[in-house]
Write a protein that binds this ligand. Structure first.
Ligand code: B1M
Length: 237
């Protein structure tokens, strides 16, 4: 049977998820939209659809990109299909009715155009009750500073997916120090090539290995802030 003959609605949950991984791999946006809607219709939570059907599918794409089996044009199609699925889930994740607990400015650093992970972090934070100001990709230090000035967030989040762009986080943190505002903000960093050690070396407050950890860490900082009337490092997430 060709993919075109498959009726997604007739598949079991497991088969549908496996098919969605294939469809994400093949960059089939319409099929991803249909699959997301079917799973939601079967009572899956938006978070479960996001992590099991979409993020896991993108992980497989990433492996084959790394191994030279997939190339940029194909991965772009996968990314577009992923984003179409995320577009459906975003309002649902934000719909928790959670009271606003803080403000975060987030962006992918200069030179880097990867935004799926950063978007996911933003969506999950919105769902947890944060107001998220998303500066998009390729964000210069000047844009970060201007947004901080304008929005006065408690938290700054930076994302980098390339080993060549992750050092730019240090440039931004140094600029915060130069302006005398470093201690007014919690700086969280994330992205596939980062780790805890790197985060500490650039002077961030915490490394977030995924969106769920970003939410826990941001919540933890906000809790301590309200308990202590200031900022302090949280327990490790
Ligand atoms: Co690119 N790419 N890419 N790419 N790409 C990677 C990152 C790479 C690891 C692939 C590989 O070789 N295996 C590799 C980097 C190698 C390296 O630096 N050592 C790579 C490369 C080389 C490139 C190009 C240079 C390729 C080229 O042109 N020859 C080029 C660079 C362009 C540029 O940025 N200047 C490029 C381009 C692209 C596309 C445009 C085709 C596309 C991006 C589309 C888009 O984002 N709109 C793309 C993609 C899709 C990938 C992979 C396959 C997938 C990334 C992704 O979306 N993952 C990626 C392979 C990989 O990472 N394994 C790859 C899914 C996402 C949910 O995970 O982004 O890790 P992630 O986010 C997670 C966590 O990291 C964390 O939470 C997220 C959710 O759980 N997190 C944060 C992320 N940001 C956070 C911020 C926080 C907190 C947590 O703030 C508080």
């Amino acid at each position: 049977m060709s993919d075109a003959d498959i009726n997604l609605a007739e598949l079991s949950d497991d088969d549908l998820v496996a098919q969605m991984h294939d469809d994400l791999y093949d960059g089939l946006k319409e099929e991803i939209i249909e699959g997301v809607n079917i799973l939601l219709g079967r009572g899956w939570t938006p978070y479960k659809v996001l992590t099991i059907a979409l993020v896991e599918g993108m992980r497989i794409v990433g492996e084959d990109f790394r191994d030279g089996i997939l190339f940029v044009p194909e991965v772009l199609l996968s990314a577009n299909a992923m984003k179409a699925g995320m577009f459906i889930l975003r309002p649902l994740l934000a719909e928790t009715g959670a009271p606003k607990i803080g403000k975060m400015v987030v962006g992918t650093v200069k030179g880097d155009i990867h935004d799926i992970g950063k978007n996911l972090v933003g969506m999950m934070l919105e769902g947890a009750g944060f107001e998220v100001i998303d500066l998009g990709v390729n964000t210069s230090v000047e844009r970060f500073l201007a947004a901080i000035d304008e929005h006065k967030p408690e938290i700054l989040g930076m994302s980098a997916l390339l080993t060549t762009t992750m050092p730019y986080m240090k440039v931004v943190i140094q600029a915060l120090k130069d302006k005398g505002i470093r201690d007014d903000l919690v700086v969280l960093v994330g992205g596939a090539p980062l780790n805890e050690e790197f985060a500490m070396s650039v002077g961030a407050d915490a490394y977030c290995r995924d969106a769920a950890v970003a939410v826990e860490t941001a919540q933890s900082f906000m809790k301590r802030r309200s308990n202590q009337g200031g900022l302090a490092a949280p327990e490790p997430a």
